[in-house]
Design a protein around this ligand. Structure first.
Ligand code: MF3
Ligand code: CO
Length: 257
């Protein structure tokens, strides 16, 4: 069942995703060599709660933290840990969820720590651009496959891998609603996009082979070849006049300068 949202519901989803954007900006200021991912998780939880929301990931299917923080070869769902210490040259994907006023926010951003290799820099830029190209397809009358193909074609044109085991999703009162939004697929296939749909698009792109493994902690996903991966995610409402991005990466990027 796909839930179409009213104007008011879309604004509540925007409020949540703006809070997620501000949370990502706040944590971005603290991602420095020497900090642990557990410390970053604490900053995220405090920030979310001090803004009247609760962390949507905490306790979700037993997930033990407020954010997913995935470093280098970790793709997504990295569990914050006292033992993971950020160092210069890392790429750090932070995925944050909020719950407030009956709706969920869910967005992710991959941060570079200091000077990263030019290969890593390109991986981040291409993954973000793949997200933007997918988003441009999120319009009434298109199909989910138009988004999927736009993401896949762009990422693969650089020789990168597109992770297939995980996908984007509808967003609303629940974090995961229909439809699923894969990052690979064929134009013109899949569910029709209608006015009022809200979806999260979240490409997970690998520098090497797309094969992943699930770590024994039951959550962390990493690349099989241990090459780096990037993950960006935002929420998009499908409106009469085109895609309406509810997350604001400018809030994050302005705070990085
Ligand atoms: N952005 C992730 C997703 O869409 C967040 C889920 S992580 C979990 O699946 F910890 F909450 F499960
Ligand atoms: Co998501």
């Amino acid at each position: 069942m796909i839930y179409l949202k009213t104007e008011e519901e879309i604004e509540l989803l925007r409020e949540n995703n703006i809070l997620v954007s501000k949370t990502l900006a706040e944590v971005g200021r603290h991602i420095k060599p020497g900090v642990t991912t557990k410390q970053l998780d604490r900053i995220i939880e405090d920030f979310i709660r001090s803004h009247g929301a609760t962390p949507a990931f905490l306790g979700y299917q037993g997930y033990p933290a407020s954010a997913c923080i995935s470093v280098n070869e970790q793709v997504v769902h990295g569990i914050p840990s006292d033992n993971i210490v950020i160092k210069e040259g890392d790429i750090v994907s932070v995925d944050v969820g909020t719950f407030m006023k009956g709706f969920v926010g869910d967005s992710a951003y991959t941060f570079a720590v200091g000077e990263v290799s030019s290969d890593a820099r390109q991986l981040l830029e291409v993954t973000k651009e793949a997200l933007y190209r997918g988003t441009a397809q999120a319009k009434v009358g298109n199909r989910v496959g138009d988004i999927s193909a736009a993401v896949q074609d762009y990422a693969e044109s650089f020789g990168y891998g597109v992770v297939r085991e995980l996908e984007g999703h509808g967003l609303g009162r629940k974090m995961h609603e229909e439809p699923g939004v894969p990052n690979y697929g064929l134009r013109g296939r899949g569910p029709l996009l209608k006015e009022g749909m809200v979806i999260c698009i979240e490409p997970m792109i690998t520098m090497g082979n797309r094969a992943i493994v699930f770590e024994r902690d039951g959550w962390t996903v990493r690349t099989k070849d241990r090459k780096p991966a990037a993950h960006y995610e935002f929420a998009v409402a499908i409106r009469k006049d085109g895609p309406d991005v509810l997350t604001d990466f400018r809030i994050i990027e302005d705070s990085l300068i």
